[in-house]
Each structure stands twice: as C-alpha cells, then as structure tokens.
Design a protein around this ligand. Sequence first.
Ligand code: SF4
Length: 288
Amino acid sequence: MPLFRPPSEAFSLILQVTLGCSHNACTFCGMYKMKKFRVREWPEIEKDINEAAAFPEGVERIFLADGNALALETEMLENLLGRLYQSFPDLKRVTSYAGPRDLLGKSLEELKRIRESGLKLLYLGVESGSASILEEVNKGVSPDEMVEAGRRAKEAGFELSVTVLTGLGGKDKSLENAVDTAAVLNSMQPDYVGALTLTPTPNTALYSKMKKGEFQLLDPLENLQELKWLVERLDMSESCLFRCNHASNYLPLRGTLPQDRDKLAGLLADVVENPNRYRLKPESMRGL
Ligand code: SF4
C-alpha cells in the first residue's frame, strides 16, 4: 500500500505485478514516493492469483497495478495474461498503466504479442504537451517521445486512455500548456482523454516549489480557462470520450469528440464569463 487505480477500474480485481513506479521522479506526483520499484517475483503473483481464483465468478475486469506493468518482460506478461484468462472464465479485459519509457522499450512486435494475449487497454499519463513543462516536471520524455509511445500503443491494437493535467505550467505557462497539450493529443488520437486539475500534495517537489513562491498555482477560473483553451483546440478524427470527472476537477464535464467539442468549449467559456451561474466544487471537496 498505498494502491492506486484509475477511476474507471473501480469494480476491477486489482492484481499487483509491480510495486511502485519505475520512473518515480515526476515533481508533481507523490503516489509511489514510499515504494522502491520492483517487479514482483512470479511466485508472489501466482499466490495472489490463486487466492483470487478461489472466487472467480463475476471477475470480468482485472487491472494490473502498480505503476507500469509493461516493465515486465514480454514473455512473463504473455504467461501472466494466459493464466488470468484461464483462471477467471468470465474475464473480458485486462488493463494497466503504461509508462512512456516502458512502451518505447518494447518493439511493436512485442506490444502486438502482449495485446493479443489479452491486455486490452493502456492508461498513459501524458500530463502536458509542452517540452519545457515536461522537462521542468521531470517526466522523463519529450513531447515527440510521448506521441511516439501513444502511437505505438495504438498501432499495436491497444485502446489508449490518456490523462492530462491543467495547471501544470502554473500561471506563466497556462496558455502554452493548453496549446501544446492539444497538439500532442491531436497527434496521438487517443480513445479516451481524462483532464485532471493539478493539486500539489505535500510530499512532492512541486509543492515545495509552490511554498517557496517559485510556482504559481492557477485559481479555479484560470484552470477552467486553460481547459477551454485545450478543448477548443482538440481535433479528434475518430470517436474519443473526453472526461473531466476526477475528484480534482472543479466542474464535471463529459462529452464525445469531435461532435461535442464546441458545446464543451462554449460551456467552459460561459463558466469563465459568468461564474456565479455555476456551482464549482469547493476546495474542501477536492481530493486525489
Ligand atoms: S506521474 Fe506516473 S510516471 Fe510520474 S512518478 Fe507518478 S506514477 Fe510515475
């Protein structure tokens, strides 16, 4: 512990195949600070599978935790996936987080083998499309590498769900964060986009920077303005589900792109111009 999963995996069986995150260096992220990354040994994983498989009925979804299951050797992942579909007869999909470096570390042929073994959807934290912001927050990849990682996942046949963070550039780079992030998403064409709102937690380097006055957090309306700049620039050619319903968000939003883009951007423009007409989530109710 602690254990993290995407909101959409609330009803999934969670199987830890790694502990922590293989990167564990992003300045805004405190998720795995207390864990030293390692791939769990097969006997440990097998023990968990056997325990869960004693009650296999109704297990339709499995999420492979922690940070990035793609850090596993391809053959081990193939064997693991085969074992899961064998042990849980109702299983329909297996998903996991994917770090961009781990995606880039596998060949297209390996990724296709993993996909064919039954890992169906990958969650990729894009965070920002700005080169300078990605460097500042120590994401470990450039925007081009991030696009390549996402494209490779799509080409291998995975469904791709990405998250971006409004406010990650602070007040100085708010427009840049929106414009460059839209460009990366347009190049990547993910199936799902989740927009989260930056909420620095005390165990992070970004929080310390903010406390020293070196990083200016956006206020709620500035965040929504940035979200508007982002949404109005999204150009999705295929159906993409856009969600802004994370605990960190000030205003829940959901739509299908491209058809709902202008409606979403119009709503955000109205919120920014007429905030008194809307009830934004109070700070006390925002959590991670
Ligand atoms: S944001 Fe993702 S890649 Fe970065 S440290 Fe956190 S879990 Fe690891």
